[in-house]
Design a protein around this ligand. Sequence first.
Ligand code: FAD
Length: 393
Amino acid sequence: GAARVVVIGGGFGGAACARALKRSETTLQVTLVEPNRTFTACPFSNEVIAGLREIEAQQFGYEKIASDGVSVIAQAATAIDPQARRVTLADGSSLSYDRLVLSPGVDFHFDGLPGYDEAASQKMPHAWTAGEQTLLLRRQLEAMEDGGVVAIAVPANPSRCPPAPYERASLIAHYLKANKPRSKVLILDAKDNFTQQKLFEKAWAELYGGMIERVSLSQGGRVTSVDPASNTVITEFGNYTPQVANVIPPQRAGRIAAIAGAADTTGWCPIDPMTFESRLMPSIHVIGDACLGGGIPKSASAASAQGKACANAIVNLIAGRAPETPRLTGVCYNTVAPAYGFSLAGNYQPKGDIFAEVEGGATSPLDAPPERRAREAADAERWFQTITAATFG
Ligand code: FAD
């Protein structure tokens, strides 16, 4: 019969992969397993937190993917038997596969942050998955009195979307400047340096002079535990009790990856970058945030590019053809205020067990006229429209 490919996770990686599989080889039986009937996208969710956008603009359904001929099952995958090549779903039913693709995104590594767990996230939202958490953080900002402190706890890398905490700090400062100008943003950081740091710091000085303070790793900024009862954030340097605590915990691959045996002791999934096949489990491919991608930042643009390249590799493997070397491109936009954006574009190719950056990348200049920043902010919106239309539209 026709070869069967099951894709777990209908986010940027999995949805792109399922669609590309079906489009390039119509005889494949492609099944997409995703518990949510509506996907809520993280890119641009920082704008929702800052009141610049509504959550509905982040939400997408699976109807178009289903009408492409992908069978979409609204269930969570709960178990995987790699020997029998079988996936068990939450309702107890099961699916057999010839090839399995995992794109479950991230899970939170609560053991890495004492005091923080699912219950704590209802008080100290992470807003690192989009939806209720995004809205909770927004409501907390709206309810805060002028003069309050908003703390953002930033984990070490690897984590989902390395620039996003700083974009968030910027957009929260934008909201506070307009609505609660005596307030401050305090970034408690488990890193010394971060991506596009000079561009961010220049923008902060230009737009939000003095409103954003950052305590780096060397300055004792790493958050070591939290106490949700008193809204206290404990760092290597001291304790803070901010009015709003946005605690972004350390992360690892979505739980199903570990259940499948595809995650190593780092919590992430080593792959062969030529095919995205797991180094630990044959016939299981891992894409998106969950995989150890090396030089590729964990982003929606990377997950989408990986999804398409993985689909291509699987079609070749099933047909008995040699894999083609994937060449991935990704671009990350940061919007620090309306009409003020900058970006980082990169190209990546397999090198040993990871992807390495190759030439052709570009970053926005440190000195640029306002028109350039405005154009990049508009490019960012266009990027979002394009990627979501290609994935879900
Ligand atoms: P996801 O998109 O998270 O999809 C994973 C899916 O798997 C989910 O729908 C989940 O329900 C499903 N799933 C999990 N477990 C199971 C299971 N057991 N069974 C079935 N389904 C399961 N990236 C950019 O490129 N540009 C940006 O501007 C940008 N901004 C960001 C801002 C913020 C605040 C954040 C947090 C992230 C941002 N990102 C951005 C990063 C981007 O959201 C992620 O890198 C991207 O979503 C990764 O895609 P993925 O397919 O790996 O995971």
